[in-house]
Write a protein that binds this ligand. Structure first.
Ligand code: F3S
Length: 420
């Protein structure tokens, strides 16, 4: 049974109210299930939506004990009208939005930012313990920043935000953070020139080899940016349960291969070459019709380097009539991109930069169906797959092209996907 300190015991006994008590009860159950010996303090939390009944019980009168930010909203609150949705749908979306925002505000210490890359809103440092939900967010936290989180669920991240505690197990213990599988990126691929989508291909392909083992990538560019790492995270989890990775010479726990693996030899070694990369691009392109009606970039939300690249590619060009180019960002990035003139470049060209909303949601049914989305182009592998799967399930027949940022921007300008 997990050992509780005096303050933790008092929370469990209900001294701080029923919400905190419920939260501590849940954390104790998790600790016992995973054999955690004690609770540890966290410095921040990232929570999801409040749909589960247990979360509503915890929210009952409780306040956040640590700075907490949240997953993206359903639509950009400032620009709901711009989607061209029927008035009834807009009203319902606005009702849900205000319900969620009011609840967060009531709980104090909320960082009013709703992005799937919260790492750039409130600083993170190596060795810091946090409780973050959303798998891609958790992986980036562990891998790129060296901060420590398990891949928390909606209820456990909320319980941690309310108590300021998490059970010490999994990625909170250094011995569980060593790499086990070596992935060598073939030099013939020229990793220095990799687009964001190449990182998607690499991580998707790698995910099938990992199960829950941690990958150590070697041969990637030392100039890799957070935007690249973000796509590695979002895609690796698509095919595996691995909660972090290392990049030799780049990520904080991998100055060398030996350090990344804790002094042991990797259990397996794989080479990612041309054939492997092409297989993912082919798999994710479900479209046959080259006429594109919607281009989305920013799942997960674009980092500043990505917005910069999009603006460079668009500068002086116009998005084709009838094509939607939607870019998803966190509000913090949008403010900077705006001050740098990048938002103006994108919007003058006919694109739209939406802040703090889940940019994938409007292309999936039911919103996508209402908007007449048929063929999507994207740099996000999971979006390309979801568009196809949901289109098939829902009978809308929506399909997707997956490719580099340049391919996607060219598609937005020409209204057409490139020839093979
Ligand atoms: Fe973010 Fe929505 Fe994609 S939350 S990661 S834009 S599915």
């Amino acid at each position: 049974m997990v050992y509780l300190k005096e303050d933790e015991q008092r929370m469990l006994e209900g001294e701080q109210g029923p919400g905190v008590q419920k939260a501590m009860e849940l954390l104790v159950k998790v600790a016992d299930a995973y054999g955690a010996e004690r609770m540890i303090d966290i410095t921040q939390a990232y929570i999801g939506r409040f749909a589960l009944p247990i979360v509503s019980e915890m929210v009952n009168g409780a306040k956040f004990k640590v700075p907490t930010s949240c997953t993206p909203l359903v639509l950009d609150p400032q620009r709901t009208q711009e989607f061209g949705l029927p008035e009834t749908v807009i009203k319902e979306e606005q009702r849900l939005l205000s319900q969620r925002l009011e609840m967060y505000q009531r709980m104090g210490l909320i960082i009013p930012s709703y992005t799937c890359v919260p790492h750039f809103v409130y600083d993170l440092r190596k060795g810091e313990h946090v409780a973050f939900t959303e798998t891609n967010v958790g992986i980036l936290t562990n891998s790129w920043f060296g901060a420590m989180t398990n891949l928390e669920g909606t209820s456990t991240s909320m319980a941690s935000a309310i108590t300021g505690k998490t059970p010490e197990y999994g990625f909170h213990l250094p011995e569980n953070r060593y790499g086990r599988v070596l992935i060598e990126v073939a030099p013939e691929l020229e990793p220095e020139t990799f687009d964001y989508a190449d990182y998607v291909a690499l991580a998707t392909w790698t995910g099938t080899m990992l199960f829950d083992r941690i990958a150590v990538y070697s041969g990637l560019s030392r100039n890799m940016r957070p935007g690249h790492a973000k796509y590695l995270c979002a895609s690796q989890i698509y095919r595996s349960g691995a909660g972090m990775f290392h990049v030799v010479g780049v990520t904080p726990e991998a100055p060398t291969l030996e350090t990344a693996c804790g002094g042991r030899k990797p259990e397996q070694r794989f080479v990612f070459g041309k054939k492997e990369r092409e297989s993912v691009y082919e798999e994710f392109c479900s479209a046959t019709d080259t006429k594109v009606d919607t281009v989305i970039i920013g799942c997960p939300h674009c980092t500043l380097d990505e917005i910069w690249k999009i603006a460079q590619l668009l500068n002086g060009r116009k998005v084709s009539k009838g094509v939607r180019l939607w870019i998803g960002v966190g509000q913090n990035t949008e403010v900077l991109a705006d001050r740098m003139g990048l938002v103006d470049i994108i919007e003058d060209a006919g694109g739209r930069v939406f802040a703090d909303m889940c940019i994938r949601r409007p292309v999936l049914p039911p919103l996508g169906e209402t908007l007449g989305v048929r063929v999507v182009a994207t740099t996000s592998g999971s979006t390309a797959q979801n568009v196809y799967r949901r289109g098939k399930e829902g009978g809308t027949g929506t399909t997707a092209w997956f490719g580099s940022t340049k391919d996607c921007i060219d598609a937005a300008v020409k209204g057409k996907w490139r020839d093979k």
